[in-house]
Design a protein around this ligand. Structure first.
Ligand SMILES: Cc1ncc(COP(=O)(O)O)c(C=O)c1O
Length: 395
């Protein structure tokens, strides 16, 4: 195994701090390394593998589509894309879809659409986008500028002009950031990379009202918290606040790379043919994956499971908090949960991996729990018992 990793180190750019693990295959909520070791997966490819591994329906539909047509470009229509877009429109209660290839690209598309719409209908000086401190929106230039954390922006100057930041969950800070040139507000209903920090319910309602009062486009980045992760199809449904644009990716393809921008009719008018495009976006293969994910979620069982198991995992995490002084908070929604610790979590995560549990950090000293949406209570018990063993060793 280490020979393979050594080879990897010679051929890859030095961008990732990777664990010394070569993942070979997956089944259900477990993955296996290339030595045959089994790991319970509370990471799910960072909130991506929503249906778990080797999902029968996904495998069957993708195999069928693969043998038929993988790609044809957006010069032509394809049926899986139309069906996936229709499912997104129905489930989001928004009107128009653009398919991207990743989360960052979905955020780029959302910001471009907001500016196009605002310049066209509200005045050509309407270019400023307000985003939140501690947010994360991706690594392309626009998305990394929108990201309200300087650690991701170091050495990249000059960043995209026209983006300002305000404090998350602080309505006065947003009010103070608005000026005559503001066109949009972009936020994650639950900050994912920033340490699993959910918006307060009243705050999101107030943000919506401020956007309405000031003619601002409200964009939700649901790349991490969308597509069933919270127990609702979209996190904004949990808050009962509808955005003008939502950006999706991660769980939408259950491991196949696809993102989407969905907008209401009015704002979607901002784009005309030629304004935005991507070669791979919406190809029949990736849209088949999105179609299967949305059909499976629409059946309701998986969303019910997220609510039920999310509640159960939270209860178990609260028991951990009660037992260990250095665990200071449990937060999140559905199966997007985090525990905040007063000690660095790197060692805890490394020891859990050694014992067969995959976990990922987030923000500062937060352990994040984003398992496949199909996880069972037995599997939660198994994971929690490994964490308990590791915490007992550490204290
Ligand atoms: C909220 C949010 N937006 C955008 C992104 C970027 O997505 P991608 O890595 O697919 O470009 C991420 C990735 O973690 C994310 O969590």
């Amino acid at each position: 195994m280490s020979k393979l990793i050594d080879k990897g180190k010679t051929v890859f750019m030095n961008t990732y701090a990777q664990f010394p693990l070569v993942i070979d295959r997956g089944e259900g909520v477990y993955v296996f390394d290339n030595n045959g070791n089994k790991y319970l997966d509370f990471v799910a490819g960072i909130a991506v593998n929503s249906l778990g591994y080797k999902n029968d329906k996904l495998e069957k539909e993708l195999t069928m589509q693969l043998s038929k047509l993988t790609h044809c470009s957006n010069l032509y229509w394809n049926e899986p894309a139309i069906e996936a877009a229709e499912l997104l429109v129905e489930s989001s209660k928004l009107d128009k879809v653009f398919f991207s290839n990743s989360g960052a690209e979905a955020v780029e598309g959302a910001m471009k659409l907001a500016r196009k719409y605002a310049k066209k209908y509200l005045g050509k000086n309407k270019i400023e986008i307000i985003t939140m401190k501690n947010s994360f929106h991706g690594r392309t230039y626009g998305a990394v500028t929108a990201t309200g954390q300087t650690k991701y922006q170091k050495g990249l100057d000059p960043l995209l002009p026209g983006i300002t930041y305000c404090d998350f969950n602080n309505i006065e800070s947003l009010k103070n950031a608005i000026n005559d040139n503001t066109c949009a507000v972009l936020l994650e209903p639950i900050q994912g990379e920033g340490g699993i920090k959910p918006a307060n319910k009243q705050y999101l309602k107030d943000v919506r009202k401020i956007c309405d009062d000031n003619n601002l486009v409200l964009i939700f980045d649901e790349v991490q918290c969308g597509v069933g992760r919270t127990g609702e199809m979209f996190a904004y449904m949990l808050y009962d606040v509808k955005p003008d644009i939502v950006a999706l990716a991660k769980g939408l393809g259950a491991g196949v790379p696809i993102g989407a921008v969905i907008a209401n009719e009015k704002v979607a008018e901002g784009f005309c043919p030629g304004d935005h495009a991507t070669t791979f976006g919406g190809n029949p293969l990736v849209c088949t994956a999105a179609k299967v994910v949305l059909q499976e979620l629409n059946k309701g069982n998986i969303l019910n499971n997220v609510r039920e198991q999310g509640k159960y995992l939270r209860k178990k995490l609260n028991e951990i908090k009660d037992k260990y002084d250095f665990v200071s908070d449990v937060r999140g929604h559905g199966l997007m949960l985090g525990i905040e610790c007063s000690i660095p979590v790197k060692e805890i995560i490394a020891k859990c991996i050694e014992k067969g549990l995959l976990l990922v950090g987030s923000g500062t000293n937060v352990i994040r729990f984003v398992p496949p949406l199909v996880i069972s209570s037995e599997e939660i018990v198994e994971g929690i018992s490994i964490i308990g063993e590791v915490l007992d060793e550490i204290i």
